[in-house]
Design a protein around this ligand. Structure first.
Ligand code: HEC
Length: 153
């Protein structure tokens, strides 16, 4: 019993000492982490402009418009081809954002985009153009969500 109390208070004061000892260097450390991530963040915004480029997104934009009209016209072959083009493009977009430190949401949105193109291909393949239309609407919403957070202009 007496031993337990001693053990407890011993551990407690041990922790207190440890905390006090680490307080200052820890504060300095978290400040430099803050600085480092601020530098990284501005670097990643710059490289997003430099590397992702507008060509890929322009092609995605063309495919997305074509997809909407092909679904409306119940053109299965055209719809599937457009959905697959978008899917391929977002393998690259996902890889691009996966290499960045603070772009977790963009990675998720790229995956969501690819999942939506998969279900569009499936729905169209089964002749369910109304469902495909709904997924296409959701797809365009996903484009806008990502642009809100990751596109500069
Ligand atoms: C995961 C994030 C993300 C998703 C999802 C996304 N985009 Fe983008 N998009 C961007 C970023 C970032 C830019 C800015 C690229 C740049 O300026 O270099 C951009 C730029 C664009 C542009 C402008 C290109 C230009 O010439 O300036 C268009 C058009 C575009 N996207 C269309 C789409 C469409 C259509 C979809 C959905 C099918 C989509 N995007 C989904 C991130 C995304």
């Amino acid at each position: 019993m007496g031993e337990t109390v001693f053990g407890l208070s011993g551990r407690r004061s041990g922790q207190t000492v440890l905390l006090l000892k680490d307080m200052l260097p820890m504060r300095r450390l978290s400040f430099s982490i803050l600085l480092a991530s601020a530098v990284l963040a501005s670097a990643s915004v710059r490289s997003a402009e430099a590397e992702l480029g507008t060509d890929l997104m322009q092609a995605v934009d063309d495919s997305n418009k074509s997809l909407a009209s092909n679904i409306a016209q119940k053109d299965a072959k055209g719809s599937i081809s457009d959905a697959k083009d978008i899917n391929q493009a977002f393998i690259q977009v996902e890889a691009f954002f996966a290499a960045k430190p603070d772009a977790h949401d963009a990675v998720e949105l790229s995956r969501k985009t690819r999942e939506l193109t998969d279900v569009i291909v499936k729905a169209v393949g089964e002749g369910r153009f109304d469902a495909a239309q709904d997924f296409a609407t959701e797809l365009s919403r996903t484009c806008r969500t990502c642009h809100t957070f990751y596109k500069k202009s």
